[in-house]
Design a protein around this ligand. Structure first.
Ligand code: ZN
Length: 149
């Protein structure tokens, strides 16, 4: 496993704004990338990381909360409801936080590393993390959504 370099908004915003492409086939390289992303996220004390943040434009994210570790390939949100306002930060924007408005509840579907379709029913922090990480795949940063600093 390896700790990867995290792309920062301050120096590489143009890259972070690119749209990630779907994973067509899950290979050993995909699994190594997932392992490295988890290690990188934990090393940086983050609760989520998208592949674009380590320089790879593929629709892959990892999220870790008290509810566990989630490795999501080609994730999509299929339902959302409610609203929460809370503090948010990003490993690509170190040292900054802002209040955002996100759905309180989110249902997401994705493939796991074995290529099986999984569904996550999330609320609170996990719902926020899913929204944040999926936004990265479309070049959207939480700083676009800050309602107060
Ligand atoms: Zn982020």
């Amino acid at each position: 496993m390896a700790i990867l370099k995290i792309v920062k908004k301050s120096t590489d915003e143009e890259f972070l704004r690119k749209k990630s492409r779907p994973v067509e086939q899950i290979t050993e390289r995909t699994k190594t990338l997932l392992d490295d992303m988890v290690e990188t996220m934990r090393h940086a004390n983050g609760c989520g990381l998208a592949a674009v943040q380590v320089g790879i434009l593929r629709r892959i994210v990892v999220i870790e909360t008290e509810e566990g570790l989630f490795e999501l390939i080609n994730p999509r949100i299929i339902a959302k409801s409610g609203e929460q306002e809370s503090e948010e930060g990003c490993l690509s924007v170190p040292g900054e936080w802002g209040i955002t408005r996100r759905p309180m509840n989110v249902t997401a579907r994705a493939l796991n590393r074995d290529g099986e379709e999984i569904e996550i029913v999330a609320s609170g922090l996990l719902a926020k993390a899913i929204c944040h990480e999926l936004d990265h795949l479309d070049g959207i940063l939480y700083t676009d959504k800050v309602i107060k600093k």
